[in-house]
Every structure is written in structure tokens, then in C-alpha cells.
Design a protein around this ligand. Structure first.
Ligand SMILES: Nc1nc2c(c(=O)[nH]1)N[C@H]1C(S)=C(S)[C@@H](COP(=O)(O)O)O[C@H]1N2
Ligand SMILES: [Mo]
Length: 199
């Protein structure tokens, strides 16, 4: 099954129409990491969703790979102003993980091996808008880019796409993550240029 960014549906859009305000296109794939790259083996890797009542749902690497896999080709936008068009990923829709999760929470704090965190509204992870990805351009995702697996939430600035993601904590309250607590916008919509607090 494939899913495509809105730029691929209907009429072709020009590249300029696909570039959010204040961004420039790049062919490179820069690496932006706030700390050292954690080395996570798929033998010990696990992905855990913890609900607001403390219930946990966990997947080993093998269990995750047994879920339905999707290809997605999408544009990504970093708050440092580079955008990269048509990035090809393979992974599991977040919808598949949430199928059996009972929650009334509105917010998620994603946390990563290495300690990084980022917050998102739960609805921004559902309905085909976000993936846990493990393959980039046909190859296993490199550690520098978040391998063995990272979040991909392409409609928000890329700092929301937590590399080396290990879990999602559901909460009734929106708790700022790593960059959000030092001044990045709590939501981060590139089309509204939500870079910093108050944008
Ligand atoms: N765990 C973790 N995830 C992270 C980061 C990080 O420092 N640690 N940086 C974020 C930022 S600011 C960006 S722009 C993207 C960069 O992804 P890339 O290095 O694959 O380009 O990852 C995001 N996810
Ligand atoms: Mo970033």
C-alpha cells in the first residue's frame, strides 16, 4: 500500500508551491542531532505506547516488522530552513500501533533512545499522517538519521520527527519536549512558519 503527500494528488504542483515560507530546497540530507548518536540494536529495540492510565503496549523489532508496511514519499521541512522534496520512506503507520490502544488523551510526548523528547497532539499522529520508519531510499535507516527507527511526521517541522524513537507517552496535558522547552513552537506548522514561541 502506498500513500503520497498532498503534492502528488490531483494536479501537479510546482516546486515553489511545495516550499513553505522562509525555506530553501536542498538535495542534501543534513544531519541535525542535539547529542551523540545512540547505537540501538534491533535485538533489544522496543517501541512502547503508554496511555494516560499507565497501560503499556510494546512491540519488539520482529513484531513491528510483522505489522502492515507502507511506502511514503513526502517533502520534509527543517526549522533551520532547508526543505527536501520527495523523500522515500518505508515503515508502519502510527494508526497500526494505535489500533488496540484505548485512550482519551489529547497529547503525546515522544521519547527517544538518548533522551530526546518532543510533544505533539495525538491527532497529528493518526489518520495516515505519521509513521514509524526504518527504511530510507531502499536502505536501512542510518544511525545518524535515526536508525533503526524514527518517527516521521512530515506535515510538521522535522524536529517533531523524533530519531531513535522508543516510545510515546499519552497525556491530557501538553508537556513541552526538548526543543519546545527552550523556545521552539509547541506545534511547528511549517506553512504557518511556527518556528518559535509566539509565531
Ligand atoms: N532523538 C532525536 N531526534 C531528533 C533530533 C535530535 O536531536 N534527537 N533532532 C531533530 C531535528 S531538530 C531535526 S531537523 C531532525 C533532523 O533529522 P535528520 O538528522 O535525519 O536530518 O531530527 C529531529 N529529531
Ligand atoms: Mo531541526
Amino acid at each position: 500500500m502506498s500513500s503520497f503527500s498532498p503534492g502528488f494528488r490531483g494536479r501537479a504542483r510546482s516546486l515553489a508551491d511545495r516550499l513553505p515560507p522562509g525555506q530553501y530546497p536542498t538535495e542534501q540530507f543534513p544531519v541535525l542531532s542535539a547529542g551523540p548518536t545512540p547505537r540501538v540494536s534491533t535485538d533489544t529495540w522496543a517501541f512502547t505506547i503508554t496511555t494516560e492510565t499507565g497501560e503499556t503496549h510494546s512491540w519488539s523489532w520482529t513484531e513491528m516488522m510483522a505489522l502492515p508496511q507502507q511506502e511514503t514519499v513526502t517533502d520534509i521541512h527543517c526549522v533551520t530552513r532547508w526543505s527536501k522534496f520527495d523523500t522515500p520512506w518505508r515503515g508502519v503507520s502510527l494508526d497500526a500501533f494505535f489500533e488496540d490502544v484505548e485512550t482519551a488523551a489529547d497529547f503525546v510526548l515522544a521519547h527517544s533512545y538518548g533522551g530526546y523528547t518532543t510533544n505533539l497532539p495525538l491527532e497529528d499522529l493518526l489518520d495516515g499522517k505519521a509513521w514509524l520508519v526504518h527504511t530510507y531510499d531502499g536502505y536501512p535507516l542510518s544511525p545518524e538519521h535515526g536508525g533503526p527507527a524514527r518517527l516521521l511526521v512530515p506535515h510538521l517541522y522535522l524536529w517533531k520527527s523524533a530519531k531513535w524513537v522508543r516510545g510515546l507517552r499519552l497525556s491530557d496535558d501538553d508537556e513541552p519536549g526538548f526543543w519546545e522547552s527552550v523556545g521552539y513552537h509547541e506545534y511547528g506548522d511549517p506553512w504557518r512558519e511556527q518556528r518559535n514561541w509566539g509565531d
